[in-house]
Design a protein around this ligand. Structure first.
Ligand SMILES: C[S@@+](CC[C@H](N)C(=O)[O-])C[C@H]1O[C@@H](n2cnc3c(N)ncnc32)[C@H](O)[C@@H]1O
Length: 284
């Protein structure tokens, strides 16, 4: 499928990498959107195989850790949700879940989720599915105009993984200020939970583990490397605290141990990558 914005092609990679794990709905979604073929076209089959072997655990751990932190919330907005299966999984558990992404991804995802829901055995006549809303994370008016009537006064969790790397520094700052303003003004309040703070040390390791994959993704999505990584966790901390947030950082390895992962976790560098990952919980 051709997307208007080349960035959206990145959505195939994660769903493909997760399809081997036992994450609910990942394999069905990957199958329906043709994630393997699309990912091979994007990065080349050799590089994809290397990434599956070396980066599978990293994407699996990131997904599971973010899900674990989001689990206590009954209302969730996911930004840049791509083809992630979390929305349908959580909606099934009764969570009010709104998925957002760029317009053409949202259209493809909605059709896919409806297709998966209709084919899920034992789901009953209607499987609860998430709501969808096309929103550019750089457009805060659009972002916060979303379905205001959809949520009630309980706490809201806004979550994302793999989105901030596609936003320039100024867009990250605007997003942070906008989310802070929005959550501060909400009667029920809320939190922003993200798995998106990556530093140059992580980049160095990713390059060593799967340089062809990382390079080809950046080329295909026209990413600028200076946008992806923070110089350090301190630099990221300053950006979010300047926006007004209180910040709690939880190592992903504390949330999800290597024993919980289905993907290969051997090798010093893979282990270092798993140790470095964090979930940031930002409160107002
Ligand atoms: C690497 S994918 C991650 C998808 C998903 N979060 C996951 O983990 O499977 C990045 C996603 O961010 C979306 N994205 C990139 N820039 C965006 C923007 N400005 N506004 C909204 N979504 C954006 C892309 O379309 C894509 O779906």
């Amino acid at each position: 499928m051709a997307f208007k914005n080349p960035i959206s092609q990145s959505a195939y990679l994660h769903v493909h990498l997760r399809a081997l794990c036992d994450i609910p709905f990942a394999a069905e979604i990957a199958d329906h959107v043709g994630a393997k073929a699309a990912s091979e076209r994007l990065v080349g089959s050799e590089h994809l195989a290397e990434a599956r072997c070396n980066l599978g655990a990293w994407t699996e751990q990131r997904y599971l850790a973010l899900s674990k932190c989001a689990l206590p919330y009954r209302q969730i907005v996911e930004l840049g949700a791509g083809f992630s299966p979390r929305g349908i999984d959580f909606a099934q558990r009764g969570v009010r879940y709104l998925e957002t992404d760029l317009a053409d991804i949202v259209a493809a995802k909605k059709a896919t989720v409806e297709w998966v829901a209709a084919r899920t055995p034992g789901a009953g006549p209607v499987l609860p599915v998430p709501e969808f809303c096309a929103v550019d994370a750089r457009d805060l008016d659009g972002l916060f105009a979303f379905r205001s009537g959809y949520f009630d006064r309980q706490k809201l969790a806004i979550i994302n993984e793999g989105l901030l790397v596609y936003l320039a520094r100024e867009d990250k700052q605007n997003l942070a200020r906008g989310i802070h303003r929005y959550l501060s003004g909400r009667l029920g309040g809320g939190v922003w939970i993200m798995a998106d703070v990556n530093t140059w040390r992580q980049e160095e390791i990713l390059q060593k583990l799967a340089s062809g994959f990382i390079g080809n993704v950046a080329k295909a999505t026209r990413q600028r490397l200076q946008d992806i990584y923070f110089e350090s966790f301190e630099e990221a901390h300053d950006l979010f605290s300047d926006a007004g947030f209180n910040i709690k950082k939880i190592p992903r390895a504390k949330l999800i141990s290597t024993d919980d992962l289905r993907s290969p976790t051997g090798g010093e560098l893979v282990r270092e990558l798993l140790e470095l990952g964090q979930i940031w919980i930002l409160s107002v």
